[in-house]
Design a protein around this ligand. Structure first.
Ligand code: ZN
Length: 336
């Protein structure tokens, strides 16, 4: 509901180096290409087709369907980009036409914004550091967030998950009287060291932000100032978990009463483990370490979630974009 899959434009060709992950990246890309009718074998030019939708070379490009037609120089780095012409309909295009950075004036900023925005830098500081306008930064963030969501959805469909840890964290939009809840689902990665089983924080599986009503002494003031506020926490939990491909996984969480029914709704055969605060205190080993570690990373890396910060969320979709970009960064996807 909150993370809708963006529609992939017809001319989007994903380059081979786009999906970089710890495991089976080539398989993921092959599956993605198969679904979107993108040919990955053969030379670079063989993926191309005529950009004119009414042309016969649009769907099935014949061999030798285009001719070279000079070049142009880009404004940002003065590189030569070769131009081509369709033999059938005489439509002009270049190699840039098929890239997702088509019509972008400063594509070189994408990578910097991707890395800095996931490393505790605010949008305002990004403008100063990169010497560009705030509108450029906002546009690039939306572009990166869309791409991050697409890649994450593709990745989640192809990787089987065994152990999940789930919890919620809280922040606010504009004022503390308008709180936001973030559903966090993290993978626990198992590995062996000297023959002993060990655990570490794996992939970030789902981060979904949603609105929730104010609690405590702010509840009454919030109601008077802003009226009724919806509680979408249950749906956000479903959205965060439903993308995960898992066959009867083990899900660990704290003792919130709504969780077992939530987990059973998404994974009917799941094993649910509840770690209460009593069980957790006084033990050397933190059973919820992966999740707590991920939350600590979020508080450090996402500028608007940092403690004692003047950076705040202005709207929910902006926060969701930031979370999706951070997920991509943390999971090691190559966006730009
Ligand atoms: Zn054509």
């Amino acid at each position: 509901m909150w993370t809708t899959l963006p529609t992939i434009t017809k001319y989007l060709i994903i380059p081979n180096n786009l999906l970089v992950n710890r495991q089976n990246n080539s398989q993921i890309f092959a599956n993605f290409a198969d679904k979107n009718n993108i040919s990955v074998k053969g030379t670079f030019m063989k993926h191309y087709f005529c950009p004119n939708e009414n042309c016969e070379n649009h769907k099935y490009a014949k061999p030798g369907w285009y001719v070279k037609n000079g070049y142009y120089k880009t404004k940002h780095n003065y590189q030569r980009v070769p131009r081509y012409k369709c033999k059938c309909c005489k439509a002009n295009f270049s190699s840039q036409t098929f890239k997702d950075t088509y019509k972008q004036k400063k594509p070189s900023l994408n990578k910097k914004i991707y890395e800095l925005y996931s490393s505790n830098t605010s949008q305002n500081r990004l403008c100063k550091l990169l010497n560009c306008n705030i509108k450029t930064v906002v546009r690039k963030i939306r572009f990166l967030a869309n791409k991050a969501r697409t890649l994450h959805n593709v990745n989640m469909k192809n990787i089987e998950i065994r152990d999940i840890q789930f919890d919620e964290m809280e922040t606010f939009e504009h004022s503390r009287k308008k709180p936001i809840s973030i559903a966090v689902a993290v993978e626990v990665e198992r590995f062996e060291k000297k023959g002993k089983p060990r655990f570490r924080t794996g992939r970030i599986l789902g981060l979904v932000a949603c609105c929730m009503p104010a609690k405590g002494h702010l509840a009454k003031v919030s109601q008077e100032l802003y009226g009724y506020r919806r509680d979408d926490r249950y749906q956000a939990g479903i959205d965060a978990l439903s993308k995960i491909k898992a066959d009867s996984p083990t899900i660990m969480s704290d003792g919130k009463r709504a969780y077992p029914s939530l987990f059973k709704e998404v994974f009917p055969t799941a094993t649910v483990k509840t770690i209460t605060r009593k069980q957790n205190s006084g033990t050397k080993f933190d059973p919820m370490f992966s999740l707590n570690h991920a939350c600590a990373l979020l508080r450090h890396d996402v500028s608007r979630l940092a403690r004692k910060s003047w950076v705040t969320t202005k709207n929910l979709s902006g926060l969701q974009d930031h979370l999706d970009i951070w997920t991509a960064y943390r999971n090691g996807y190559k966006l730009a």
